[in-house]
Design a protein around this ligand. Structure first.
Ligand code: AMP
Length: 399
Protein backbone atom coordinates (compact mmCIF):
# COMPACT_ATOMS: atom_id res chain seq x y z
CA UNK A 1 0.00 0.00 0.00
CA UNK A 2 1.23 3.52 -0.69
CA UNK A 3 2.40 5.92 2.00
CA UNK A 4 -0.73 8.04 1.62
CA UNK A 5 -3.18 5.13 1.62
CA UNK A 6 -1.65 3.53 4.69
CA UNK A 7 -1.43 6.78 6.69
CA UNK A 8 -4.07 7.30 9.35
CA UNK A 9 -5.10 10.96 9.29
CA UNK A 10 -7.34 10.79 12.40
CA UNK A 11 -7.20 14.15 14.27
CA UNK A 12 -4.34 15.27 12.01
CA UNK A 13 -4.43 18.60 10.20
CA UNK A 14 -3.51 17.75 6.62
CA UNK A 15 -2.21 20.71 4.65
CA UNK A 16 -2.81 19.78 1.01
CA UNK A 17 -1.36 21.62 -1.99
CA UNK A 18 -3.99 21.15 -4.68
CA UNK A 19 -4.18 22.54 -8.19
CA UNK A 20 -7.48 24.43 -8.17
CA UNK A 21 -6.39 26.70 -10.99
CA UNK A 22 -9.77 26.33 -12.72
CA UNK A 23 -11.16 28.62 -15.41
CA UNK A 24 -13.79 31.09 -14.15
CA UNK A 25 -16.38 33.03 -16.13
CA UNK A 26 -15.04 36.60 -16.42
CA UNK A 27 -18.28 38.26 -15.30
CA UNK A 28 -20.00 35.86 -12.91
CA UNK A 29 -16.89 34.06 -11.58
CA UNK A 30 -18.64 30.70 -11.96
CA UNK A 31 -16.42 27.70 -12.69
CA UNK A 32 -16.46 26.75 -16.38
CA UNK A 33 -14.44 23.51 -16.04
CA UNK A 34 -14.07 21.78 -12.68
CA UNK A 35 -11.81 18.89 -13.84
CA UNK A 36 -8.93 19.97 -11.58
CA UNK A 37 -11.17 20.20 -8.53
CA UNK A 38 -12.69 16.77 -9.17
CA UNK A 39 -9.21 15.29 -9.53
CA UNK A 40 -8.38 16.20 -5.90
CA UNK A 41 -11.60 14.86 -4.35
CA UNK A 42 -10.42 11.25 -3.66
CA UNK A 43 -7.44 12.56 -1.64
CA UNK A 44 -9.61 14.94 0.37
CA UNK A 45 -12.24 12.26 1.02
CA UNK A 46 -9.73 9.72 2.29
CA UNK A 47 -8.46 12.23 4.89
CA UNK A 48 -11.97 13.23 5.96
CA UNK A 49 -13.04 9.58 6.20
CA UNK A 50 -10.08 8.91 8.48
CA UNK A 51 -11.36 11.65 10.81
CA UNK A 52 -8.73 14.16 9.71
CA UNK A 53 -8.96 17.92 9.12
CA UNK A 54 -8.29 19.26 5.65
CA UNK A 55 -6.61 22.57 4.83
CA UNK A 56 -6.38 23.30 1.12
CA UNK A 57 -3.98 25.70 -0.54
CA UNK A 58 -3.76 26.54 -4.25
CA UNK A 59 -3.03 29.24 -6.76
CA UNK A 60 -5.60 30.59 -9.22
CA UNK A 61 -4.82 32.64 -12.30
CA UNK A 62 -1.88 34.97 -12.57
CA UNK A 63 -2.42 37.82 -10.10
CA UNK A 64 0.31 40.42 -10.55
CA UNK A 65 -0.17 42.91 -7.74
CA UNK A 66 -1.62 41.14 -4.73
CA UNK A 67 -5.28 40.36 -4.06
CA UNK A 68 -7.84 40.76 -6.88
CA UNK A 69 -11.47 39.65 -7.08
CA UNK A 70 -11.15 37.61 -10.28
CA UNK A 71 -8.45 35.38 -8.78
CA UNK A 72 -10.04 34.80 -5.39
CA UNK A 73 -10.48 31.19 -4.38
CA UNK A 74 -13.63 32.16 -2.45
CA UNK A 75 -15.53 31.66 -5.74
CA UNK A 76 -14.82 27.92 -5.44
CA UNK A 77 -16.26 27.36 -1.97
CA UNK A 78 -19.89 26.41 -2.82
CA UNK A 79 -18.88 24.02 -5.60
CA UNK A 80 -16.19 22.40 -3.48
CA UNK A 81 -18.71 21.74 -0.73
CA UNK A 82 -21.08 20.24 -3.33
CA UNK A 83 -18.34 17.97 -4.74
CA UNK A 84 -17.70 16.77 -1.18
CA UNK A 85 -21.36 15.86 -0.66
CA UNK A 86 -22.26 18.92 1.44
CA UNK A 87 -19.17 18.94 3.69
CA UNK A 88 -18.62 22.25 5.52
CA UNK A 89 -15.99 24.29 3.69
CA UNK A 90 -14.63 27.30 5.57
CA UNK A 91 -12.67 30.03 3.82
CA UNK A 92 -9.78 32.14 5.08
CA UNK A 93 -9.27 35.34 3.09
CA UNK A 94 -5.52 35.14 3.57
CA UNK A 95 -3.32 32.07 3.22
CA UNK A 96 -1.07 33.05 6.13
CA UNK A 97 -1.53 35.45 9.04
CA UNK A 98 -3.83 35.54 12.01
CA UNK A 99 -7.13 34.80 10.27
CA UNK A 100 -5.72 31.71 8.58
CA UNK A 101 -4.25 30.40 11.84
CA UNK A 102 -7.43 31.17 13.82
CA UNK A 103 -9.71 29.49 11.29
CA UNK A 104 -7.40 26.48 11.08
CA UNK A 105 -7.54 26.32 14.88
CA UNK A 106 -11.36 26.28 14.87
CA UNK A 107 -11.55 23.56 12.26
CA UNK A 108 -13.19 20.32 13.41
CA UNK A 109 -12.63 16.76 12.20
CA UNK A 110 -14.50 16.18 8.94
CA UNK A 111 -14.35 19.87 7.91
CA UNK A 112 -12.40 21.59 5.18
CA UNK A 113 -10.68 24.95 5.14
CA UNK A 114 -9.80 26.58 1.83
CA UNK A 115 -7.10 29.25 1.99
CA UNK A 116 -7.01 32.33 -0.23
CA UNK A 117 -4.85 32.35 -3.38
CA UNK A 118 -1.17 31.65 -2.61
CA UNK A 119 -0.06 33.86 -5.49
CA UNK A 120 -1.48 36.96 -3.80
CA UNK A 121 1.98 36.81 -2.22
CA UNK A 122 4.95 37.25 -4.57
CA UNK A 123 6.87 35.01 -2.15
CA UNK A 124 4.97 31.97 -3.43
CA UNK A 125 6.50 31.95 -6.92
CA UNK A 126 9.85 33.10 -5.57
CA UNK A 127 10.00 29.98 -3.41
CA UNK A 128 10.53 32.15 -0.34
CA UNK A 129 11.58 30.08 2.70
CA UNK A 130 10.04 32.30 5.37
CA UNK A 131 6.70 32.27 3.53
CA UNK A 132 6.87 28.47 3.12
CA UNK A 133 7.58 28.13 6.84
CA UNK A 134 4.56 30.29 7.72
CA UNK A 135 2.36 28.09 5.53
CA UNK A 136 3.80 24.94 7.07
CA UNK A 137 2.59 25.99 10.54
CA UNK A 138 -0.99 25.42 9.38
CA UNK A 139 -0.69 21.64 9.16
CA UNK A 140 0.66 18.56 10.94
CA UNK A 141 1.12 16.66 7.67
CA UNK A 142 1.97 17.99 4.19
CA UNK A 143 0.30 16.36 1.19
CA UNK A 144 1.25 17.40 -2.33
CA UNK A 145 -1.51 16.58 -4.82
CA UNK A 146 -0.76 19.28 -7.40
CA UNK A 147 0.98 17.52 -10.29
CA UNK A 148 0.15 20.48 -12.58
CA UNK A 149 2.62 22.66 -10.65
CA UNK A 150 5.17 19.97 -9.75
CA UNK A 151 7.67 21.49 -12.22
CA UNK A 152 7.74 24.76 -10.27
CA UNK A 153 10.03 25.26 -7.28
CA UNK A 154 7.46 27.42 -5.50
CA UNK A 155 7.03 27.85 -1.75
CA UNK A 156 3.93 25.64 -1.48
CA UNK A 157 4.95 23.01 -4.03
CA UNK A 158 8.54 22.29 -3.06
CA UNK A 159 10.17 24.51 -0.43
CA UNK A 160 7.54 23.81 2.24
CA UNK A 161 8.32 20.06 2.32
CA UNK A 162 11.49 20.52 4.35
CA UNK A 163 9.48 21.84 7.31
CA UNK A 164 7.87 18.41 7.73
CA UNK A 165 9.71 15.25 8.76
CA UNK A 166 9.91 12.55 6.07
CA UNK A 167 7.05 10.52 7.56
CA UNK A 168 4.79 13.57 7.49
CA UNK A 169 5.19 14.63 3.88
CA UNK A 170 3.71 12.64 1.03
CA UNK A 171 1.97 12.65 -2.34
CA UNK A 172 -1.83 12.54 -2.51
CA UNK A 173 -3.66 9.99 -4.65
CA UNK A 174 -3.64 12.11 -7.81
CA UNK A 175 0.07 12.80 -7.58
CA UNK A 176 0.78 9.13 -6.81
CA UNK A 177 -1.15 8.10 -9.93
CA UNK A 178 0.67 10.64 -12.10
CA UNK A 179 4.11 9.76 -10.79
CA UNK A 180 3.67 6.00 -11.01
CA UNK A 181 2.23 6.18 -14.56
CA UNK A 182 5.01 8.45 -15.74
CA UNK A 183 7.67 6.26 -14.10
CA UNK A 184 6.20 3.17 -15.66
CA UNK A 185 6.51 4.72 -19.12
CA UNK A 186 9.91 6.30 -18.69
CA UNK A 187 11.75 3.74 -16.58
CA UNK A 188 9.83 0.52 -16.79
CA UNK A 189 8.36 0.34 -20.26
CA UNK A 190 7.49 -2.95 -21.91
CA UNK A 191 8.74 -2.95 -25.50
CA UNK A 192 7.86 -2.03 -28.20
CA UNK A 193 7.49 1.46 -26.74
CA UNK A 194 5.95 3.98 -29.13
CA UNK A 195 5.90 7.70 -28.43
CA UNK A 196 3.40 9.71 -30.47
CA UNK A 197 4.43 13.33 -30.64
CA UNK A 198 2.28 15.90 -32.41
CA UNK A 199 1.19 19.50 -32.14
CA UNK A 200 2.37 22.69 -33.66
CA UNK A 201 6.02 23.29 -32.92
CA UNK A 202 9.23 21.28 -33.14
CA UNK A 203 10.87 23.78 -30.80
CA UNK A 204 8.47 22.83 -27.97
CA UNK A 205 9.19 19.12 -28.35
CA UNK A 206 12.93 18.85 -29.08
CA UNK A 207 13.94 17.97 -25.53
CA UNK A 208 11.22 15.37 -25.13
CA UNK A 209 12.15 13.71 -28.45
CA UNK A 210 15.83 13.71 -27.48
CA UNK A 211 15.10 12.06 -24.16
CA UNK A 212 12.77 9.53 -25.76
CA UNK A 213 15.48 8.54 -28.24
CA UNK A 214 17.13 6.88 -25.23
CA UNK A 215 14.02 4.87 -24.34
CA UNK A 216 11.47 4.42 -27.13
CA UNK A 217 11.64 1.89 -29.94
CA UNK A 218 9.39 3.99 -32.23
CA UNK A 219 8.59 7.68 -32.40
CA UNK A 220 5.62 8.83 -34.47
CA UNK A 221 5.76 12.48 -35.45
CA UNK A 222 2.53 14.10 -36.62
CA UNK A 223 0.80 17.48 -36.56
CA UNK A 224 2.28 20.73 -37.79
CA UNK A 225 5.75 19.85 -36.54
CA UNK A 226 6.06 17.02 -39.08
CA UNK A 227 6.52 19.51 -41.93
CA UNK A 228 9.73 20.93 -40.54
CA UNK A 229 11.08 17.36 -40.68
CA UNK A 230 9.74 16.96 -44.25
CA UNK A 231 11.43 20.15 -45.40
CA UNK A 232 14.66 19.22 -43.63
CA UNK A 233 14.73 16.10 -45.79
CA UNK A 234 14.32 18.13 -48.97
CA UNK A 235 10.52 17.88 -49.23
CA UNK A 236 8.21 20.52 -50.71
CA UNK A 237 5.69 21.57 -48.06
CA UNK A 238 3.78 24.52 -49.61
CA UNK A 239 2.51 26.87 -46.91
CA UNK A 240 2.54 24.23 -44.16
CA UNK A 241 3.81 25.17 -40.72
CA UNK A 242 7.60 25.27 -40.72
CA UNK A 243 10.21 26.49 -38.27
CA UNK A 244 13.03 27.50 -40.61
CA UNK A 245 15.43 27.89 -37.68
CA UNK A 246 14.82 24.28 -36.63
CA UNK A 247 15.59 22.54 -39.92
CA UNK A 248 19.06 21.57 -38.71
CA UNK A 249 17.63 20.37 -35.37
CA UNK A 250 15.17 18.16 -37.23
CA UNK A 251 17.99 16.67 -39.33
CA UNK A 252 20.11 16.10 -36.22
CA UNK A 253 17.25 14.29 -34.49
CA UNK A 254 16.76 12.00 -37.50
CA UNK A 255 20.48 11.20 -37.61
CA UNK A 256 20.59 10.51 -33.86
CA UNK A 257 17.52 8.26 -34.11
CA UNK A 258 19.10 6.23 -36.86
CA UNK A 259 22.31 5.83 -34.88
CA UNK A 260 20.34 4.60 -31.88
CA UNK A 261 18.13 2.26 -33.89
CA UNK A 262 14.94 4.18 -33.02
CA UNK A 263 12.39 4.15 -35.82
CA UNK A 264 11.00 7.61 -36.61
CA UNK A 265 7.66 7.53 -38.44
CA UNK A 266 6.67 10.62 -40.39
CA UNK A 267 3.27 10.89 -42.13
CA UNK A 268 3.64 9.73 -45.74
CA UNK A 269 0.63 11.76 -46.86
CA UNK A 270 -1.43 14.70 -45.62
CA UNK A 271 -4.88 16.21 -45.84
CA UNK A 272 -4.14 19.59 -47.35
CA UNK A 273 -6.17 22.81 -47.45
CA UNK A 274 -6.06 25.99 -49.53
CA UNK A 275 -6.27 28.09 -46.36
CA UNK A 276 -6.19 27.71 -42.57
CA UNK A 277 -9.94 27.69 -42.21
CA UNK A 278 -12.66 25.26 -41.12
CA UNK A 279 -14.40 25.82 -44.46
CA UNK A 280 -11.26 25.55 -46.64
CA UNK A 281 -11.16 23.45 -49.82
CA UNK A 282 -9.31 20.22 -49.12
CA UNK A 283 -7.38 17.58 -51.01
CA UNK A 284 -4.64 15.05 -50.26
CA UNK A 285 -0.96 15.00 -51.19
CA UNK A 286 2.29 13.26 -50.26
CA UNK A 287 3.59 15.14 -47.21
CA UNK A 288 6.85 15.88 -49.05
CA UNK A 289 5.16 17.19 -52.18
CA UNK A 290 2.52 19.71 -51.14
CA UNK A 291 1.56 22.15 -53.93
CA UNK A 292 2.35 25.85 -53.54
CA UNK A 293 -0.44 27.75 -51.83
CA UNK A 294 -1.66 24.66 -49.94
CA UNK A 295 -0.89 23.57 -46.41
CA UNK A 296 -0.99 20.25 -44.55
CA UNK A 297 -3.52 20.33 -41.71
CA UNK A 298 -3.94 16.62 -40.92
CA UNK A 299 -2.25 13.31 -41.62
CA UNK A 300 -3.58 11.48 -44.69
CA UNK A 301 -5.18 8.04 -45.15
CA UNK A 302 -1.90 6.18 -45.73
CA UNK A 303 -0.31 7.81 -42.69
CA UNK A 304 -3.36 6.84 -40.62
CA UNK A 305 -2.83 3.22 -41.59
CA UNK A 306 0.96 3.41 -41.17
CA UNK A 307 0.67 4.98 -37.68
CA UNK A 308 -2.16 2.65 -36.56
CA UNK A 309 -0.08 -0.42 -37.41
CA UNK A 310 2.84 0.81 -35.33
CA UNK A 311 0.58 1.74 -32.41
CA UNK A 312 -1.33 -1.53 -32.40
CA UNK A 313 1.79 -3.64 -32.01
CA UNK A 314 3.10 -1.51 -29.11
CA UNK A 315 3.16 -2.54 -25.45
CA UNK A 316 3.81 0.95 -24.09
CA UNK A 317 2.42 4.16 -25.61
CA UNK A 318 3.04 7.78 -24.73
CA UNK A 319 0.94 10.35 -26.59
CA UNK A 320 1.55 14.08 -26.55
CA UNK A 321 0.05 16.39 -29.17
CA UNK A 322 -2.62 16.05 -31.89
CA UNK A 323 -2.00 14.79 -35.44
CA UNK A 324 -3.72 17.75 -37.05
CA UNK A 325 -5.91 20.77 -36.44
CA UNK A 326 -8.42 18.63 -34.56
CA UNK A 327 -10.38 21.69 -33.46
CA UNK A 328 -11.75 21.85 -37.07
CA UNK A 329 -13.92 18.94 -38.18
CA UNK A 330 -12.26 18.56 -41.58
CA UNK A 331 -8.86 18.00 -39.96
CA UNK A 332 -9.65 15.79 -37.00
CA UNK A 333 -9.72 12.39 -38.67
CA UNK A 334 -6.03 11.60 -38.12
CA UNK A 335 -6.20 12.38 -34.40
CA UNK A 336 -9.35 10.23 -34.09
CA UNK A 337 -7.69 7.31 -35.91
CA UNK A 338 -4.66 7.53 -33.62
CA UNK A 339 -6.95 7.68 -30.55
CA UNK A 340 -8.78 4.58 -31.80
CA UNK A 341 -5.51 2.68 -32.33
CA UNK A 342 -4.28 3.67 -28.84
CA UNK A 343 -7.59 2.45 -27.37
CA UNK A 344 -7.31 -0.84 -29.25
CA UNK A 345 -3.72 -1.41 -28.14
CA UNK A 346 -4.75 -0.63 -24.55
CA UNK A 347 -7.57 -3.14 -24.74
CA UNK A 348 -5.00 -5.68 -25.94
CA UNK A 349 -2.88 -5.12 -22.82
CA UNK A 350 -0.64 -2.16 -23.68
CA UNK A 351 -0.06 0.62 -21.14
CA UNK A 352 -1.01 4.00 -22.63
CA UNK A 353 -0.40 7.42 -21.13
CA UNK A 354 -1.87 10.53 -22.73
CA UNK A 355 -0.56 13.87 -21.56
CA UNK A 356 -0.16 17.47 -22.58
CA UNK A 357 -2.99 19.96 -23.00
CA UNK A 358 -4.18 19.40 -26.54
CA UNK A 359 -3.94 15.62 -26.75
CA UNK A 360 -5.90 15.41 -23.50
CA UNK A 361 -8.51 17.79 -24.95
CA UNK A 362 -8.71 15.61 -28.09
CA UNK A 363 -9.08 12.37 -26.11
CA UNK A 364 -11.84 13.97 -24.02
CA UNK A 365 -13.57 15.47 -27.06
CA UNK A 366 -13.64 12.15 -28.93
CA UNK A 367 -14.76 10.14 -25.88
CA UNK A 368 -11.62 8.03 -25.40
CA UNK A 369 -10.81 9.07 -21.83
CA UNK A 370 -11.81 5.72 -20.34
CA UNK A 371 -10.19 3.72 -23.12
CA UNK A 372 -6.59 4.64 -22.37
CA UNK A 373 -4.64 3.60 -19.27
CA UNK A 374 -3.95 7.06 -17.87
CA UNK A 375 -4.75 10.67 -18.79
CA UNK A 376 -2.30 13.07 -17.18
CA UNK A 377 -3.59 16.28 -15.60
CA UNK A 378 -0.29 18.10 -15.86
CA UNK A 379 0.64 19.66 -19.21
CA UNK A 380 3.89 21.48 -18.51
CA UNK A 381 4.85 19.19 -15.63
CA UNK A 382 4.34 16.09 -17.75
CA UNK A 383 6.40 17.51 -20.62
CA UNK A 384 9.27 18.38 -18.29
CA UNK A 385 9.14 14.95 -16.70
CA UNK A 386 9.49 13.32 -20.10
CA UNK A 387 12.27 15.71 -21.03
CA UNK A 388 14.14 13.94 -18.24
CA UNK A 389 14.09 16.86 -15.79
CA UNK A 390 13.79 16.43 -12.05
CA UNK A 391 10.52 18.02 -10.95
CA UNK A 392 11.04 20.05 -7.74
CA UNK A 393 7.59 19.16 -6.39
CA UNK A 394 8.35 15.46 -6.69
CA UNK A 395 11.95 15.64 -5.47
CA UNK A 396 11.04 17.65 -2.34
CA UNK A 397 8.55 15.07 -1.12
CA UNK A 398 10.69 12.07 -2.02
CA UNK A 399 14.00 13.26 -0.55
P1 AMP B 1 0.87 21.83 -29.13
O1 AMP B 1 0.29 22.76 -28.08
O2 AMP B 1 2.23 22.17 -29.56
O3 AMP B 1 0.69 20.38 -28.74
O4 AMP B 1 0.00 22.08 -30.42
C1 AMP B 1 -1.37 21.85 -30.49
C2 AMP B 1 -1.92 22.65 -31.63
O5 AMP B 1 -1.30 22.25 -32.83
C3 AMP B 1 -3.41 22.43 -31.84
O6 AMP B 1 -4.08 23.64 -31.58
C4 AMP B 1 -3.52 22.05 -33.30
O7 AMP B 1 -4.57 22.70 -33.98
C5 AMP B 1 -2.19 22.49 -33.87
N1 AMP B 1 -1.83 21.74 -35.07
C6 AMP B 1 -1.78 20.40 -35.21
N2 AMP B 1 -1.45 20.07 -36.47
C7 AMP B 1 -1.29 21.21 -37.16
C8 AMP B 1 -0.95 21.52 -38.50
N3 AMP B 1 -0.73 20.56 -39.39
N4 AMP B 1 -0.87 22.82 -38.85
C9 AMP B 1 -1.10 23.80 -37.95
N5 AMP B 1 -1.43 23.57 -36.66
C10 AMP B 1 -1.52 22.30 -36.26
Amino acid sequence: MSKFSSYNFARQKALIRVDFNVPLDKKTFTITDDTRMRAAIPTIKKILNDGGLVILMSHLGRPKEGPEEKSSLKHLVPHLSELLGGTTVLFANDCIGEQAYLTAGMLRAGEVLLLENLRFYKEEEKGDEAFAQKLSKLGDVYVNDAFGTAHRAHASTAVIAKFFPAEKRMFGLLMEGEVSSAEKVLHNSAKPFTAIIGGAKVSDKILIIENLLERATDIIIGGGMAYTFMKAQGGKIGNSLCEEDRLQTATDLLVKAEAKGVCIHLPSDSVIADKFDAAANTSTAPSNNIPDGWLGLDIGANACEQFSNVIKRSKTILWNGPMGVFEMEKFQHGTKVVATAVAEATQGGAFSLVGGGDSVAAVNQFGFTDKVSYVSTGGGAMLEYFEGKVLPGIAAVKD
